[in-house]
Design a binder for this molecule. Structure first.
Ligand SMILES: C[S@@+](CC[C@H](N)C(=O)[O-])C[C@H]1O[C@@H](n2cnc3c(N)ncnc32)[C@H](O)[C@@H]1O
Length: 274
């Protein structure tokens, strides 16, 4: 009984301390607090799309991001805030009209470089500045079919398996057609679908919307290994030993450990439980 009480007090203290540290992170601009960059203007992107860009970069944790179509730098600012919160990643933006860029240097956290040029012909120049193949390419330039397809083909040529391509204005019929062309040409490309569905009228078409493509299968063993490595845990040589591992299930007796394997113990039928 006393043990249970102590565990409860400890758990509550952890929750309260966690909330306090979250408050400090926001108050003192510590990691995690920069999500607010997604609400800055000017930008061509609707709010849900900007929030998704922040979330995706936090989640996917890319090392090298290439942005095709930069304009005022609204998406650059949001992406750099997320990379700064990850404490990881660099981004290069490619655009012929660099004069329009308005994001202040301090908002880019030393993680952004703007390159003047046209996609697809100048993609190799931008990739060189990135220092290696991008693992995330964000395409938001001309939305007409021929240009969107050329941007996407150029991006795919510069990438390696395991990378992602994010397209903006995915509701535009030209962008959708370009995606479907490339899916037919690249059997290894996976369409992860529309990530945001806040279409906006840009008559006679609809605009906005983010769509994610993956070079390769949606999840591969290499991704799982990278996750274990990041967490500082050794990847198990025999993952099947852990198919039934769950610390909460062990705590309530639903799973039993025996010689390094975890066995599911089905609950007794109601009549046997008394
Ligand atoms: C919709 S704006 C980009 C908005 C930006 N991603 C944001 O959300 O803040 C499109 C930009 O693509 C640029 N652009 C047009 N053709 C391009 C090309 N071939 N290569 C790179 N950028 C291009 C335009 O100059 C313009 O600045």
């Amino acid at each position: 009984m006393a043990g249970r009480q102590i565990r409860k007090v400890r758990r509550e203290a952890r929750v309260r301390l966690g909330n306090l540290s979250e408050w400090c992170r926001v108050a003192f601009g510590r990691p995690g607090a920069r999500v607010g960059a997604a609400f800055h203007r000017p930008t061509d992107m609707c709010e849900p799309d900007r929030i998704m860009i922040y979330a995706l970069i936090r989640g996917l944790r890319p090392s090298r991001v290439l942005e095709i179509g930069v304009r005022w730098g609204g998406s650059a600012r949001t992406a750099c805030a997320a990379m700064e919160d990850n404490r990881h990643g660099r981004m290069v933006g490619l655009d012929p009209e660099t004069d329009a860029f308005r994001a202040p240097k301090r908002a880019l956290h030393g993680r952004y470089e703007l390159v003047q040029g046209y996609s697809p012909q100048d993609i190799p120049k931008a990739v060189e500045r990135l220092g290696g193949p991008p693992d995330l390419v964000f395409i938001d330039a001309m939305h007409i079919h021929a240009c969107a397809a050329a941007d996407l083909r150029g991006a795919l040529r510069a990438m390696q398996p395991g990378g992602h391509v994010l397209l903006h204005d995915s509701f535009h019929p030209g962008v959708d057609r370009a995606v479907r062309d490339c899916l037919e040409e690249h059997p290894a490309l996976t369409d992860c679908g529309l990530l945001t569905r806040h279409a906006r009228a840009s008559a006679p078409v609809a605009g906005q919307g983010l769509r994610l493509l993956r070079v390769g299968a949606p999840v591969e063993e290499a991704d799982l290994r990278a996750g274990f490595e990041l967490a500082g845990v050794a990847f198990p040589p025999d993952p099947s030993r852990f198919y039934n591992y769950d610390k909460f299930a062990i705590r309530i007796g639903m799973v039993r450990e025996s010689e390094g394997r975890y066995e599911f113990v089905p609950p007794a039928p109601p009549e046997e439980r008394g």
